[in-house]
Every structure is written in structure tokens, then in C-alpha cells.
Design a protein around this ligand. Structure first.
Ligand code: ADP
Ligand code: GLC
Length: 471
């Protein structure tokens, strides 16, 4: 089969979170299964762009409402990522340093999607399926089906949309409806949700299949989907939850060049201890105490706002018998509170505000526990990386966290689960972590169990192929 993934992120080209990891890995694994999967994404001004060689694949132009714009599709020359990678260059719109967060993001991603669909109708490799990721590609199924410029050429191409996060939906006021290339007016309902154009809702309505990144998340969306609950209920017949995998080649403690001491399931005790020492020395933490880390966006979804109080109370209530290290960025007041704790607990607490890929690997390797109190977690990759690195995940029982972590109190368990995103539940879990840390045999048996788990894309990549084939 020929598959084209359309996404705003793809690791290592540009990544803001798990979406980038998924789109950087899934196509590679689909190709290994004997299919041809390619990726198209915006051309941002990233290091990857400058460090690699590119060929021009196509040049075209289209309208975005009253303006017209030129676009160029470039292709990476050496298949470095294990799949063909295409970037859409739109001068003045996409060629920026950041992925998101500009005032004209609506214009940027509308133009991106129009360019992709316009290119597709001219393209020599017409795919069997286009696989759209999140709302930044959510209008593509509508355009392929109902926009007069494209629908004739693309009528045979199927589409699926994967929802990595339904909190963000790509709302566009009707005053900008002229951004959508000429379409069958009878179909304007396929764009709309609650009086606005809603890119994600449109994708869900128009795509041939809808997937979410874990089975539990699909269930939850019927009750909590930032306004789209009824739509998920209505479209449940064409929806399926497929658990993300991880890229076992990028995330492998035996070969990871970001960490100072590589290790495997045979020697993890020594390997983790050596990495922990490096981390503790660097951040002035007591290496004899259990080290709990948090890595992620400091936003409400991740319940980062409860971390400062939880940490403070945990350090006091364990009589300083635990250490914490935080890596993340996000809401300014949370960043401020997280930073502010540093002065209060030297030796037990430290934090780095920012994004740091290398440090994140060192933390997965050197930590004893990784905490994720998420209010919403469509899948979550951090806990799977933690498992691969022998680091015990402490997770709230929601979405993909529920699907991937078994509590250590249950048979064969290897993690700590809790019910509420509350300070009380986190403190209770910290006490459980401190207790199990005092029993190295129990802890090491859990580590062996978790490092044996195969969460790689090998299984899930085939699952997606099955979905495509059902079309
Ligand atoms: P989400 O996509 O919702 O942020 P995921 O768990 O799916 O959550 O993926 C998060 C990814 O981003 C992981 O690869 C994680 O290691 C990485 N990450 C998040 N915040 C940071 C940070 N501040 N520095 C480095 N990596 C980070
Ligand atoms: C989103 C979700 C996260 C998921 C990731 C990759 O960012 O918040 O839970 O793991 O997408 O699918």
C-alpha cells in the first residue's frame, strides 16, 4: 500500500511533543512491513532543514481567500529517516522558527493543507490512503471530497484521521470561510461545529476512518472531548483506538548516545546507578534517595499545576527522603512556581525550564521513577520510554496511561497508578515509591518485567495497515 502521512510535526525535523515522535516513527515501521509510507509537513526554519540536502519535487500556487500564494515541495535526498520526507515551503507563512504559536496560525495551516491537496492531485505517486494527524491536517478530507479544484482527481483516495489530542481543534471563524477553496455549498455542515469551522470536527466527519492514540482515550472522548462528545458518539462506528508504539531504535538504553552509561536488561542496576550519579551530581541531588522526575509540557492537561504543592508536601511528609527533578516549559505561573521551589530544597529538588531532548534521555535513564499525574492523556509516550529505560512510571489512571501501566499491587505489575489528579493522590504514590525503593529486590524484579515489555511500533504499525485495508 502507498500511504501519505500529513502532519505539522515529525521528529527529528520538528517536534513539540508526542505527535512528532509518532510521525517520525510510524512510517518507518510501515515501510519495514513492505508498504510505502511517506510524510509531508511544513517547512519550518529548523536545524534539520539546514543540515540536509533537498531536491525540488514540485512548484505550484493556489489561493488563500483573496490572496494567492506560491508553494514549493522539497524532498529530502537521502532517505535519512527511513521514509521519503517532503516539506511544503510557503514563503512568509511556514518558514518560521517555531511550529505553532503565531497570530496567523489559521492562515499558515490552511495554506499548508491547501498546498498539500493541490500537490496531491498533480503527484505521480498518488497514495491509496492519506493519513491526517490532528487538526492541522483536519480539513484535508473535506477538501479531497468536496472542493471542486481537487475532488475529481482525488476521488479514489481514502483518508483517515488520527486524533492525538482533541483539546485543540483548529477553530476558524466563518468570516474566514473563503479560505477554503470553492466547495459544494450543500456540504458546509461538514465543516462546522458549534457555529464555527472546526478543523478537527470536519476531519472526523469527512475521513473514512477515525483513530485515537489509545483505546481508553476513544472511550473517554464520548464523555469529555472539549465540546465534541456527541460527534464521537455519533461517529463511533468508524472509530478505533490504536495504542501508539515507540521507536525502539531511538529509545534504547543500550545504544542511546545521549546518555553517559549505556545499559541493557542484563546490567540495568549498575547502568541506571551510574546515570543517576551523573544526573544527581549535575543537579545537586542526593543520589541515595529515590529520584522522581517529571518531563513534559507544564500545562493543565498534564496537571503540572499540582506539582509544586505535591512536591512540597511530599518532601516534608517523607522527611526529605525523596528527590525530584523537573524538565518542562509551559504556562508562565506554573514555570514560576516550579522554579521557585529550587531555593527551598537544595539537595532534594531541582528544575530546568525549557525544552532539552538530550537531558530528557538522561532523565529517563537516571531516574528511579517518572511521574505523570495527567488530567488528560490520549496516549502518553513518556511512560513507555520510562518502561524501556527501567524507570517505574507513576501515572494517573487515564487514557493511554491506563492502557500501558499495570499497578505493582496487581499480578505481574510494574508501575504505580492513582485515580485523581490531586495533591493527595500524588503524595500517596510518592510514599509507595519511597517504600518500594527500600526493597531493591522487588524494585529490580519490576524493572526486569518492564524492560521485557515490547511497546515498539511493530504491533501498532500493522494495526494501522489493517485499518487502511478495511477501506
Ligand atoms: P505530549 O505530546 O502531550 O506532550 P507525550 O507523552 O506523547 O506528550 O510526548 C511528549 C514527548 O515530548 C516525549 O518525547 C517527551 O520526552 C518530550 N518532551 C516533553 N517536554 C519536553 C522537554 N521539556 N524537553 C525535552 N523533551 C520533552
Ligand atoms: C498528544 C497527546 C499524547 C500522545 C501524543 C502522541 O500530544 O497529548 O498523549 O502520546 O499526542 O500521540
Amino acid at each position: 500500500m502507498e500511504i501519505l502521512h500529513i502532519s505539522a510535526e515529525c521528529y527529528p525535523v520538528a517536534k513539540a511533543g508526542g505527535l512528532g515522535d509518532v510521525v517520525g516513527a510510524l512510517p518507518k515501521y510501515q515501510n519495514k512491513l513492505g508498504h510505502v509510507a511517506r510524510v509531508v509537513m511544513p517547512m519550518y526554519r529548523t536545524k534539520f532543514l539546514h543540515d540536509n540536502e533537498w531536491d525540488v519535487d514540485f512548484k505550484g500556487h493556489h489561493r488563500l481567500g483573496p490572496r494567492s500564494f506560491d508553494y514549493t515541495i522539497i524532498k529530502e535526498r537521502h532517505n535519512k529517516l527511513g521514509f521519503d520526507l517532503y516539506l511544503v515551503d510557503i514563503y512568509g507563512l511556514l518558514d518560521r522558527e517555531k511550529i505553532y504559536g503565531y497570530d496567523d496560525d489559521v492562515d499558515r495551516f490552511a495554506a499548508f493543507q491547501i498546498a498539500v491537496v493541490d500537490w496531491l492531485r498533480h503527484w505521480q505517486f498518488k497514495p491509496d490512503v492519506v493519513h491526517c494527524h490532528d487538526h492541522q491536517a483536519g480539513l484535508v478530507p473535506f477538501m479531497m471530497k468536496y472542493c471542486y479544484d481537487f475532488n475529481y482527481a482525488l476521488s479514489g483516495v481514502k483518508s483517515i484521521i488520527t486524533i492525538h489530542n482533541a483539546q485543540y481543534q483548529g477553530w476558524i471563524g466563518w468570516d474566514k470561510s473563503f479560505y477554503i477553496p470553492n466547495y459544494d455549498n450543500w456540504k458546509h455542515g461538514m465543516l462546522e461545529w458549534q457555529n464555527s469551522i472546526n478543523s478537527l470536527a470536519s476531519g472526523i466527519k469527512c475521513a473514512d476512518k477515525v483513530t485515537t492514540v489509545s483505546p481508553s482515550y476513544l472511550e473517554e472522548l464520548r464523555h469529555a472531548a472539549n465540546g465534541l462528545e456527541n460527534l464521537f458518539e455519533y461517529e463511533k462506528g468508524k472509530s478505533v483506538g490504536i495504542l501508539n508504539g515507540i521507536d525502539n531504535e531511538v529509545w534504547d538504553p543500550a545504544t542511546d548516545t545521549y546518555i553517559t552509561h549505556q545499559y541493557s536488561i542484563e546490567d540495568f542496576a549498575e547502568g541506571k546507578a551510574a546515570n543517576k550519579k551523573v544526573l544527581c551530581d549535575q543537579f545537586n541531588l542526593d543520589e541515595t534517595k529515590p529520584l522522581i522526575v517529571f518531563i513534559g509540557r507544564l500545562v493543565g492537561e498534564k496537571a503540572a499545576d499540582i506539582l509544586p504543592d505535591s512536591i512540597l508536601a511530599s518532601i516534608y511528609s517523607t522527611q526529605k527522603d525523596v528527590c525530584f527533578l523537573i524538565l518542562g516549559s509551559g504556562e508562565p505561573d506554573v514555570e514560576w512556581r516550579i522554579n521557585n521551589l529550587t531555593a527551598q530544597f537544595p539537595g532534594n529538588y531541582n528544575a530546568v525550564i525549557g525544552y532539552n531532548e538530550k537531558l530528557s534521555h538522561q532523565m529517563y535513564a537516571g531516574a528511579d521513577f517518572l511521574i505523570m499525574p495527567s488530567r488528560v492523556e490520549p496516549c502518553g509516550l513518556n511512560q513507555m520510554y520510562a518502561l524501556r529505560y527501567g524507570t517505574v512510571p507513576m501515572v494517573r489512571s487515564t487514557g493511554g496511561l491506563r492502557d500501558t501501566v499495570v499497578d505493582m499491587g496487581d499480578e505481574g505489575g510494574y508501575g504505580i497508578r492513582f485515580i485523581h489528579a490531586s495533591v493527595g493522590d500524588v503524595i500517596h504514590s510518592v510514599h509507595r515509591a519511597v517504600e518500594v525503593f527500600k526493597q531493591p529486590e522487588v524494585l529490580n524484579a519490576m524493572r526486569t518485567r518492564m524492560m521485557e515489555i515490547d511497546n515498539s511500533w511493530d504491533n501498532s504499525a500493522q494495526h494501522y495497515i489493517d485499518v487502511y485495508q478495511s477501506l
